[in-house]
Design a protein around this ligand. Structure first.
Ligand SMILES: [Zn+2]
Ligand SMILES: [Zn+2]
Length: 272
């Protein structure tokens, strides 16, 4: 069964209407589809829902859920930022939400982990004296804080930090300290009982060659028996299943026969 609970439309920083995603998911014979616009954050952005659009988004999503109930299971969610030291509201009445870290906050400055690259390298220079290790550790520290505080159902793009690590300019993924940081995050995930999404969004937008998280991390997750769900983080309805085939093969190779999906209103394990 294929699903994606991670999609972005014209409401935030994606393309297309919610209905376009529904039609594409039906075309692809998906078992379920979730809407996950970026929830509003306490500052101006060009990538989140506007606070005043939140209720329209939720209403449209719930209306579609009802309208299409006989054709496909739809779920209404949000991708909710966790920013250390800032209150980001978790609205009531959602079917689920994805909890994500997109920023590292230091010296009262927000560095957007997912770029653009110039902003990351500027922040790295100004706030960390170019110390990629310190910056990376801060990212994982916020991630652990998020998981501890929220105990979210779904953890978004666990190693998003690699998006701007082209040519290993920030850190080396093989380094022991990096592996240890990742393991500490996974222990936190395990304790919280969260699902880690396998996210192909960085691949469809050509930022990275493999899904978030990297294969060696998925391998450790399997050993720890951490549940996964394959999500596309699609910013265009055409990318709803991008890179699914090869990522499913990879997951099976790494030992995952099932994924944890929201079906009939319950998170349950089903075969890929
Ligand atoms: Zn995200
Ligand atoms: Zn997203």
């Amino acid at each position: 069964m294929r699903v994606s609970y991670h999609t972005h439309s014209h409401y935030d920083d994606g393309a297309g209407f919610l209905k376009d995603y529904v039609q594409r998911a039906i075309e692809l014979n998906f078992g379920a589809l979730g809407f996950s616009a970026h929830a509003p954050v306490p500052f101006e952005t060009d990538w989140t829902l506007k606070q005043e659009d939140l209720s329209a988004y939720l209403k449209e999503a719930y209306d579609l859920k009802e309208e299409y109930a006989k054709k496909i299971q739809l779920y209404v969610g949000l991708e909710i930022d966790y920013i250390s030291g800032m209150d980001v509201e978790i609205p009531e009445g959602l079917d689920y939400y994805i909890s994500s870290v997109h920023h590292v906050r230091t010296k009262d400055r927000l560095i957007p982990v997912d770029g653009p690259f110039e902003m990351v390298s500027e922040g790295l220079k100004d706030c960390y004296n170019g110390d990629g290790k310190a910056y990376t550790k801060d990212y994982f520290s916020v991630l652990k804080e998020m998981i501890n505080v929220r105990k979210p159902q779904l953890v978004g793009h666990l190693d998003l930090i690699k998006k701007n690590n082209r040519d290993q300019m920030i850190y080396k993924e093989e380094d022991t300290w990096y592996k240890e940081e990742v393991e500490k995050v996974l222990e936190t995930v395990k304790k919280a009982g969260s699902i880690v999404e396998i996210n192909t969004g960085g691949m469809s937008r050509k930022y990275v060659d493999t899904a978030y998280p990297s294969p060696w991390i998925i391998k450790i997750m399997k050993q720890m028996d951490i549940p996964v769900v394959l999500n596309s983080d699609a910013h265009n309805p055409m990318w709803l299943d991008t890179e699914y085939e090869q990522t499913e093969l990879l997951l099976k190779k790494l030992g995952y026969q099932t994924q944890r999906v929201l079906i009939d209103g319950i998170w349950q394990d089903v075969a890929f």
